[in-house]
Write a protein that binds this ligand. Structure first.
Ligand SMILES: *Cc1c(COP(=O)(O)O)cnc(C)c1O
Length: 368
């Protein structure tokens, strides 16, 4: 028997979360963001459930090729554009739309020999200061692109740095619209946070929204809203089993560094899950976890392949009992990934993406 740890992907939850975004912005088109192998879920595991999107967006050409080979004929957008000139050949061949964020990418397009007119998303650096043309240089980049025979259609995009806080996107929003005001073309500016928090405003949702994290059931502005607050469902469950039980007495310690010391008798379970599975080592004693669907806490340090949990609230639990590290327990109880992430000082994004290759991924409903 393999180690009992599994990441279960829930297609019904992905469908539900996509529908939830649709409901928030019914008249916008929707890119399902599947970068980083669909936020760690596996593109092949989410594709069918997210087919109701209007397009798929990612960074890697290999991921774009994968979505095409799964049978997707609709729009695909490379959010960082191409990384070298010959990537443009793949774009021509597969009909990929691509972001253009720097002069070099325009140079490469100008030198690209193709019969296929490219659809590009001209990226503005409206304040994030990562990729994109500054507002001052944006219109000259547009003019250059617009003069290229290789370019068929130009759309406009930017990305928010602070969409999860009140008024965090106002400045970038104003700069983006002021700069693109009279330019013809579609616009895409909103990530999950902007879509859920401000998508009721037409100037925020624009033509295309770009939700990522919300599709996977993590709240983009946790803890202000949690998963239930946004009516989301977890799309991934990380689960394992108890593979050992210890009875601690007063003064006994648990794990490396003896970070937990029992004050009195305590029944403790050892779980087949550690940081080598992607569970964050930063989670200290007290991180929430479900055993047989009952909420309890971790004890001591997470080690490479194991961690410990307090069995006090679940006296019937023992060898082989189900442990839910995040997601949905067999009985239906839910532990939001955001709560575990908060205990580790990080975000649900990082936890999903960090699930290790040694953890088997199973799609619910497809069996093992
Ligand atoms: C990752 C990404 C998104 C999605 O962001 P979420 O916060 O996961 O919704 C949208 N747009 C761009 C350019 C991205 O890189």
């Amino acid at each position: 028997m393999p180690r009992p740890i599994t990441a279960t992907i829930h297609p019904a939850a992905l469908r539900h979360n996509l529908e939830r975004v649709r409901h928030a912005v019914p008249d916008a088109k929707l890119w399902a963001v599947v970068k980083a192998n669909a936020y760690g879920h596996g593109i092949e595991n989410v594709f069918e459930a997210l087919r109701a999107a209007d397009g798929f967006a990612m960074l890697d050409l290999a991921e774009a090729q994968q979505v095409r080979s799964l049978g997707w004929r609709g729009p695909i957008l490379l959010l960082e554009g191409v990384f070298e000139p010959r990537d443009l050949e793949v774009c021509s061949r597969l009909g990929l739309w691509h972001a253009v964020h720097c002069d070099e990418q325009i140079d490469w397009l100008a030198a690209h020999k193709t019969q296929v007119g490219h659809r590009v998303f001209l990226k503005m650096n409206s304040g994030m200061n990562r990729l994109g043309f500054t507002p001052e240089r944006y219109r000259s980049a547009y003019a250059r692109l617009n003069a290229l025979p290789q370019v068929d259609e130009i759309s406009f995009m930017t990305h928010f740095s602070d969409a999860d806080v009140d008024h965090g996107l106002d400045r970038q929003l104003a700069v983006f619209h002021a700069t693109t005001q009279d330019l013809p073309g579609e616009r895409s500016i909103s990530n999950s946070a902007a879509t859920l928090l401000r998508g009721d405003a037409a100037e925020v949702r624009c033509d295309w929204v770009r939700p990522g994290i919300v599709l996977y059931g993590s709240s983009p502005d946790f803890p202000r809203h949690d998963m239930a607050g946004w009516q989301l469902q977890p799309s991934m469950t990380l689960s394992s089993r108890i593979i050992g039980v210890q009875m601690l007495g007063a003064g006994d310690t648990v794990g490396y560094g003896s970070r937990f010391r029992a004050e009195g008798p305590l029944r403790m379970g050892v779980v087949a899950c550690g940081y080598a599975d992607g569970y964050p080592r930063h989670c200290d004693t007290g991180t929430p976890v479900l055993v047989d669907g009952v909420r309890t806490r971790t004890l001591g340090r997470v080690s490479m392949d194991m961690m410990a949990v307090d069995l006090t609230p679940v006296p019937q639990a023992g060898m082989g009992s189900e442990v839910t590290l995040w997601g949905r327990a067999a009985g239906g109880a839910v532990l939001p990934i955001d709560e575990v992430a908060a205990a580790a000082g990080t975000l649900g994004y990082e936890l999903m993406c960090a699930v290790a290759p040694r953890v088997a991924k199973v799609v619910e409903g497809e069996g093992r």
